[in-house]
Write a protein that binds this ligand. Structure first.
Ligand code: ADP
Ligand code: MG
Length: 421
């Protein structure tokens, strides 16, 4: 690890500012899933144990502007009244998060009325020895996400004025150059928290120095969203296993018929190029040899298992088939490093979740045999949880978009600004 972490600095008596990813799903002021909060506890607890002068926590929570617009449009469509203030109160305010954290820590967590401004400044100045203050949702301030660096700096400077050191533990938002993730680091010494450290350790190893054989499984909805991941990983892996809806664009590229399956017509040439590249680079690129098809995009649809070259014209491809599961599982069990991004089928419907669940199982088995196994991507992370195997793999990334960009080989702005050892 070349980046400094909380353990590399002395925090005693220091004013500590920490960016966490407390962007939890919220409904009417009730937290639906507190995974992201519990995931930050080790760093928070460690910082508190160092006897800092105080600890200030900050996070975004949803995207107020976008979320309001969406909810408004939906209410209009449904002919229902829309109370913007109540909606924001229940969806974007940090109060439930601060209360929940206080319960988990067994000590008070104060809540600021904003992230910046004179009231917050006064509150920060009045903090007593060892107190915890949570700032209000950083995205209530337009400077947070501003494209204009000087606007972001305005907010970042104010945030930095609260502290002597900045701890970034928000891997999930590290791919965004926002005031509270990236810009603030320009004005304070910056170190990573344990969650950030763990993400970087696993993902960097997979990108820079993986043990071989190295197998990547890529699935999900669209090639277009995964093309950079595929291209970057192609230079590193021994085999690449394809699943999900993108398999049908690959089938098309091979001249196969795919019925009513999801295809990205404008990506067929790209799929051809990937197949050619794999041949040239001598990478084993595997496509499913069979698939589960359905007569409707519905869990109760009539289904069949067919070979890749026998998809009926009026059927939709929904999952990889049993023979493919066997081939992919064998390949995964031979690996020393496995990276999985993207479900193999429409796993939200139980009848089309078998392929995805089988891959989750294969990763768990490979882990038992000593392989390093990494799951990245929001839907893939829910799939492994749905399989009950999130503890049976080496690492499930908490950052959907961030882990994808990392696997694409990009430098994440929130990571770049962390000081090196
Ligand atoms: P991740 O979030 O893990 O990166 P993606 O967002 O790329 O994954 O893809 C997940 C979505 O892909 C799921 O909603 C799943 O239903 C969809 N999907 C997988 N296979 C198919 C398919 N054959 N047809 C349509 N959608 C599919
Ligand atoms: Mg997704």
């Amino acid at each position: 690890m070349i980046k400094k972490i909380v353990k590399d600095v002395n925090l005693e008596g220091k004013r500590v500012l920490m960016r966490v990813d407390f962007n939890v799903p919220m409904k009417n002021g009730v937290i639906q899933d507190d995974t992201r909060i519990t995931a930050a506890l080790p760093t928070i607890q460690y910082v508190l144990d160092q006897k800092p002068r105080y600890l200030i926590l900050m996070s975004h929570l949803g995207d107020p502007k976008k979320d309001v617009q969406k909810a408004k449009e939906k209410a209009e469509k449904d002919g229902k009244p829309f109370d913007e203030k109540a909606y924001i109160e229940g969806k974007h305010k940090m109060k439930p998060v601060a209360e929940h954290l206080s319960k988990l820590l067994g000590r008070p967590v104060k809540l600021a009325p904003a992230a910046i401004g004179p009231e917050v400044k006064a509150m920060v100045e009045s903090l007593k020895e060892g107190e915890i203050l949570m700032l209000e949702n950083t995205r209530f301030h337009k400077q947070e996400t501003s494209k204009d660096a000087s606007e972001r700096e305005e907010m970042a400077k104010e945030l930095a004025s609260y502290a002597d050191i900045f701890v970034n533990d928000a891997f999930g938002t590290a791919h965004r150059a926002h005031a509270s993730t990236e810009t603030v680091a320009k004005f304070l010494p910056t170190v990573a928290g344990f969650l950030m450290e763990k993400e970087l350790a696993y993902l960097s190893k997979a990108i820079q120095d993986p043990l071989k054989p190295y197998v990547a499984i890529i699935g999900g909805a669209k090639i277009s969203g995964k093309i950079d991941v595929i291209q970057n990983l192609m230079n590193k892996v021994d085999s690449l296993l394809i699943g999900g809806a993108m398999m049908f664009t690959f089938y098309k590229a091979q001249g196969l018929e795919v019925g009513k399956s999801m295809v990205e017509e404008d990506k067929i040439d790209l799929a051809k190029k990937i197949l050619d590249d794999a041949r040239v680079k001598n990478i084993k690129l595997l496509l499913p040899v069979d698939c589960v098809v359905a007569d409707q995009f519905d869990n109760s649809a009539k289904t069949k298992i067919v070979k890749a070259n026998a998809i009926p014209a009026d059927y939709i491809g929904m999952d990889i088939g049993p023979e493919t599961i066997k081939i992919y599982t064998d390949e995964i069990l031979k690996a020393k490093t496995v990276v999985w991004n993207g479900p193999m089928g429409v796993f939200e419907m139980s009848n089309f979740a078998k392929g995805t669940m089988a891959i989750a199982q294969a990763l768990a088995e490979a882990t038992k045999k000593g392989a390093t196994t990494i799951v990245g991507g929001g839907d893939s992370a829910s799939a492994i949880t749905q399989a009950g195997l999130e503890k049976s793999v080496s690492h499930v990334s908490t950052g959907g978009g961030a882990s994808l960009e990392f696997l694409e080989g990009k430098v994440l702005p929130g990571v770049a600004v962390i000081n090196e050892k």
